[in-house]
Design a protein around this ligand. Structure first.
Ligand code: C2E
Ligand code: CA
Ligand code: CA
Length: 277
């Protein structure tokens, strides 16, 4: 038994060592990556809970690694966040997303909001608002159709600076969404003080709501709170009709998930928009 345990440790060590090696390699490769060649952006439509028509789309970045192929943002975003590369990548995603949104508008398609995820270190840049406004100006995309998504992890450090930036963005008409609400650290206080237009309920909480009456009560409370604060509520990760029905019944206005649409290439979103025009 003793040697067995030793073996297990040896294997675990090997695994973490390989993981660390891969992380280091990928971090180096991020630096060498060519944004336009190696990265692309998918758009996952969000639909109205009442008629399932598309009202918006979330931009989700993908890395096509020259050697390893497609890598999940769950793996490379944390690596990019450890260096300033996230600022470059994040800015690139935002420009891409706004360019696409503007192209759809110019083609006469139905206007939808475009949501872009931003990392804490992006929001902490002194000139973040300036950068966003420059992207809007140069692409022509209207501020009221751009939505910036951030998670509660943003509130761990440098809160004062971030509040200022969020207020500035909001004053310019840009929408602000709190992603993965209920998984981090935000208090009622932050919800009241910050200019959020939208709360996103993560898939874990959606799943939990199906399972128990108590969890349903929590979701109900979140939705009521959002209503009182004039925020729209989006339920994420909707995979089953029962989930869509439950969350709609509880008062969510917007739904997002594989049941309706997966993250798609821009070209595949177009016929969906046209169908509904
Ligand atoms: P997120 O912002 O919470 O995005 C939603 C994730 O859930 C996406 O994963 C999406 O593909 C996935 N998803 C959508 N519908 C369903 C469903 O019905 N079931 C399940 N199981 N999953 C669903 P993805 O694209 O792999 O992105 C993972 C995370 O990476 C994102 O989570 C976000 O935190 C981060 N991320 C993606 N793109 C960017 C970006 O441009 N910048 C930053 N900072 N982070 C990004
Ligand atoms: Ca998001
Ligand atoms: Ca989310």
């Amino acid at each position: 038994a003793k040697s067995n345990r030793k073996n297990t440790f040896a294997i675990t060590d090997q695994v973490t060592q390989n993981e660390r090696k891969r992380a280091m390699q990928l971090t180096r490769d991020l630096y060498d990556a060519d944004l336009d060649r190696d990265f692309f952006v998918l758009f996952q439509p969000q639909v109205s809970a009442t008629n399932h028509c598309i009202t918006g789309a979330e931009a989700l970045v993908r890395w096509n690694h020259p050697k390893y192929g497609l890598i999940s943002p769950l793996e490379f975003i944390p690596l990019a966040e450890r260096t300033r590369f996230i600022e470059t990548l994040g800015g690139w995603v935002m420009r891409k997303a706004c360019l696409q949104g503007q192209q759809w508008l110019e083609q006469g398609r139905k206007p939808i909001t475009i949501a872009v995820n931003v990392s804490p270190s992006q929001l902490r840049q002194e000139d973040f608002t300036k950068k966003v406004l420059e992207i809007l100006r140069s692409t022509g995309f209207p501020p009221y159709l751009l939505e910036i998504e951030m998670t509660e992890h943003i509130f761990i450090e440098g809160m004062a600076q971030i509040i200022e930036t969020l207020n500035e963005l909001h004053l310019h008409g840009i929408r602000i969404a709190l992603d993965d609400f209920g998984t981090g650290f935000s208090s009622m206080q932050t919800l009241v003080e910050l200019p959020f237009d939208q709360l996103k309920i993560p898939k874990e909480i959606v799943r939990a709501a199906i399972d128990s009456e108590e969890k349903r009560a929590i979701v109900k409370m979140i939705i009521q709170l959002g209503d009182r604060l004039k925020m729209t509520i989006v339920a994420e990760g909707i995979e089953a009709m029962v989930e869509a029905e439950l969350l709609t019944g509880l008062g969510c206005q917007t739904l997002q998930g594989y049941l309706f649409h997966k993250p798609l290439e821009a070209l595949s979103v177009e016929p969906l928009l046209d169908q509904q025009a």
